[in-house]
Ligand binder design. Sequence first.
Ligand code: SAM
Length: 437
Amino acid sequence: MPSAAQAICVFIPGKNWKLSLAELISFLEARAVKFEVQQISKEFFAASAEDYARAIAIDELGGILKIGKVNGNFATHIAEEAFLRKDKQAREQVKTAIAVSDIVASVPEEATAKTVFGVSVYCADDSLRPTANAVQRFVGSTIKQMLAARGRKSSFMGFAKTRVQPQLSAVEVLKKNLVEDKAEILFCIGKKQTAVATTVAVHNPFEFQKRDVGKPVQRKIFAMPPRLARIMVNLAACTSGKLFVDPFCGVGTILQEALLTRAQVVGVDINPWCVKAANANLDWLTGEYGLDNADYRVLQGDARKLTSKLGKEVDCIATEPDLGPALRQLPTVQYAVRVIAKLERVFYGFLEEAYDALKVGGRLVLVSPYMRTRSGKAVTMPVGEKAEGTGFKRVFLFQEKVFSADVAIKEEMAGMASFVDAEERHRVGREIHVFQK
Ligand SMILES: C[S@@+](CC[C@H](N)C(=O)[O-])C[C@H]1O[C@@H](n2cnc3c(N)ncnc32)[C@H](O)[C@@H]1O
């Protein structure tokens, strides 16, 4: 029997789903939460977690958009029968699974106002994907009928025909209070199993935006989005009380996210203007988020001489050194190779120093440039090999032990210790490496 705190959850990732999955695994492992990932796809993950409250702490994750608590499960072939072959009996089975969703099962007796609810369909099954809109309408009208049978009026949030995926955005869920009202159903069609879940947590883009454009000192050109900064902090296994360092801290975007985990935070930058800026931003953050007794300092210095400032007791480092000049157009391969060669001295000097500064078992999360070129080939820096030469081990987060037996992890995924974060429009993207001493 699962314990009271245990639950099966579905997680809706951001665009870079493997990075989101890596973050989630690292986050749960760092907090010693027992969990098992049962389904993965770019649409959603399903996982059982022993400490439900920790697993749904969405404000502490940068890469997860929604989390749902699974109320019911059925084999996806039933959904195929119901929606592709329009089998009546299969449709009844789907209705039975929907009946256990919070909105139907626990609708408050005394409520008189109309219940507003939404349904979002996430489909990892290729054959069913074209029917996602029809599935969404079926689930919506089934819930409406079930509520009516209990004497409840309801209003189902329909979508305009132009909406590509029948899914509510995080902002829509927030604005309609669907989490508090337990009124968004996530219908997650996996390759083998389909889950009916109720949204219990949603990403708040306004909070992350506040930390991005609301902080007193900003520097647009080098800015890292706070969501990515939070992902890096989680990949570094940063938790309360740990000594966290960003040795190329700029205006302190990564430091901010680390401070929110209640770590002891140190920033270093060679540029005195950045030191002042990061300090001002952290002062602002502690006031804005009421972080009493926040422990932070920002020092001027060279990241290649870290131990002279910090000693050798660092738990986690997450950082982004300079990634080269801003480019107006796609470079040639030769130009990209030259840029990367120029940057290597700082990166490699820093790697040795980071190894020295970290405790045994300490993590380093390091961004290196991923340069697109005119030939279509990307030019990258061989940071992985260099780090291993320094003594670091690569961290493989997609290990067999975190997945249930029926999740087939491809070799390519099992061997991932770095993640590319680069949209098509980016000339220079990021490669995010995870290392351990
Ligand atoms: C890409 S920016 C970091 C941006 C940062 N993540 C932020 O959100 O503002 C790289 C920073 O590294 C600093 N830097 C460059 N060389 C350095 C060195 N050798 N030691 C320390 N800092 C250095 C630069 O001044 C710059 O602020």
